[in-house]
Design a protein around this ligand. Structure first.
Ligand code: FAD
Length: 437
């Protein structure tokens, strides 16, 4: 009787057209979603997943427990050999598939972030933060930044060097202020650049810089001496410059495999040709980098949540209650369904935000806030399903919860991103003409 009522059986009673219109294939959502993508992105999604399962998943727990045990540069080179670390542009400069860029400049980054972070968000961040470091070169639209510096970095990577980049905006006294219009208007910039013949002298400190320890290059934002954040200018620094040193790496709660490090600049001479974009063009570049990167943070959160869901699902198949697998209980199924519907909504949000060819503030912040809040929920649901087992490091679910928490903080806290959503729609929907007064 129950068998007769199953959708698969019921479908057989329809005529051929009715059967055609009724999709009961037993394939995963992952497969279905992949088929929604244009073929170059489909192929990429599979390649990112294969790489993540082969190179990241097996060392994920070890990297979390002992970040020093993983050679990030070696891992970077493995990803680079797949073409995954030079993806802003197609050949001859980069390795992106031009057809993958046709619809969106950022979709492939979102696919990469989900797959890498489903396997390990710490290792994923270490690989993805490099793209963030390169982003100002591309987004500045400055031909010199692209044809000279980005090409140089990409050439080094293609030649087998771990030429890693980092992105440095945060200062000891400017976290949110470096991401928010109103905060920046009142804050005092701590990293200063002074014009001298042939270049600039830069002093100050940057903190919490992902990849700060392993990077060779840093896209760094500094205010012109005597001026505020509106004068921010982007510079490309390399660690070999005299006066550049690396300070403390933070002991973190999550995403531990990626370092978050203090950078110390003591009267560093930076030649004029290392200015990225126009002098005083840095605030615009910074804000636009965030427009591009925030949906990718949404995808990082989605990946972490998916990883937690998949681990919990596996557990619910293996663990037994009254001699029956946990997954056969309706209460457990309700919880799993709730997690899955959140994952579905998160992916829809990220992918929708990527449909805008040029990313913009409102869409980027919505994807970041929604997915990071949902990821926190999903990871906690996974822990609740597994209870004492969820609390153990070996299952990877408590790690996912710790990893997820960070997505609510970096690239602007979720409070700041909520403000960005309103700011982005001020003129279009909110009609608040004197908002900046
Ligand atoms: C692990 C890690 C990696 C990071 N990686 C990088 C990196 O690679 N490069 C980089 O430049 N930075 C990086 N950051 C910095 C990160 O982007 C900042 O931590 C973040 O922007 C928040 O800044 P803050 O910590 O100074 O918080 P604060 O700005 O001090 O904020 C404290 C609290 O006040 C709230 N708040 C502040 N202003 C307002 C307001 N106007 N209205 C309402 N609430 C407000 C915030 O939401 C928050 O809750 C990283 C941080 C971490 C933790």
């Amino acid at each position: 009787m129950i068998k007769d009522l199953s959708p698969n059986e019921a479908r057989k009673r329809l005529g051929s057209i009715g059967r055609l219109l009724y999709d009961t294939r037993a394939i995963t959502l992952w497969e279905r979603d992949t088929k929604l993508l244009p073929w170059p992105l489909r192929r990429l999604r599979r390649r990112y997943r294969d790489f993540a399962q082969r190179e990241l998943e097996p060392i994920s727990l070890k990297a979390d427990a002992d970040p020093q045990s993983v050679d990030i540069k070696e891992l970077f080179l493995k990803a680079a050999r797949e073409g995954f670390q030079t993806e802003f542009l197609p050949p001859p400069i980069g390795t992106a598939n031009p057809l993958a860029l046709l619809k969106s400049f950022t979709m492939h980054f979102a696919l990469k972030a989900e797959e890498f972070c489903a396997a390990c968000a710490g290792l994923g961040l270490a690989l993805l933060a490099h793209d963030l470091g390169i982003a100002p070169l591309f987004i500045s639209g400055d031909p010199k930044a692209i044809l000279k510096w980005m090409k140089k970095i990409y050439d080094e990577i293609k030649a087998g060097e771990a030429s890693i980049a980092a992105f440095a905006i945060t200062e000891p006294n400017a976290g949110s202020d470096a991401e928010d219009t109103v905060g920046a208007a009142y804050a005092k910039a701590g990293c200063k650049a002074k014009k001298v013949p042939g270049g600039w002298r830069i002093s100050g400190r940057k903190v919490f810089i992902s990849n700060g320890r392993v990077a060779k290059w840093v896209t760094l934002f500094a205010a012109i001496e005597g001026e505020g954040f509106e004068s921010w200018t982007c510079f490309l620094l390399d660690k070999s410059m005299e006066g550049f040193s690396v300070g403390r790496s933070e002991k973190k709660m999550g995403q531990k495999a990626a370092d978050a490090t203090e950078l110390i600049l003591e009267d560093i001479f930076v030649p004029d040709d290392r200015v990225i974009g126009p002098v005083r063009g840095g605030w615009a570049i910074n804000r636009n980098v965030l427009n591009y990167s925030r949906p990718v943070v949404g995808a990082i959160a989605l990946g972490i949540a998916r990883g937690a869901f998949e681990r919990a699902l596996r557990f619910c198949h293996e663990a037994k209650l009254n001699n029956k697998p946990l997954v056969s209980y309706q209460e457990v199924q309700l919880e799993l369904a709730d997690m899955l519907l959140k994952l579905f909504a998160m992916r829809a949000t990220v992918w929708h935000s990527m449909r805008y060819r040029i990313p913009f503030q409102t869409a980027g912040s919505i994807a970041k806030v929604f997915c990071s809040d949902m990821a926190w929920d999903v990871c906690n649901q996974a822990m609740a399903l597994m209870e004492d087992h969820g609390f153990l490091h070996c299952h990877g679910v408590e790690k996912a919860a710790r990893d997820a928490r960070l997505t609510q903080i970096y690239e602007g806290t979720n409070q700041i991103n909520r403000l960005a959503i309103i700011e982005g729609q001020l003129n279009a929907e909110f009609h608040i003409p004197d908002f900046y007064e």
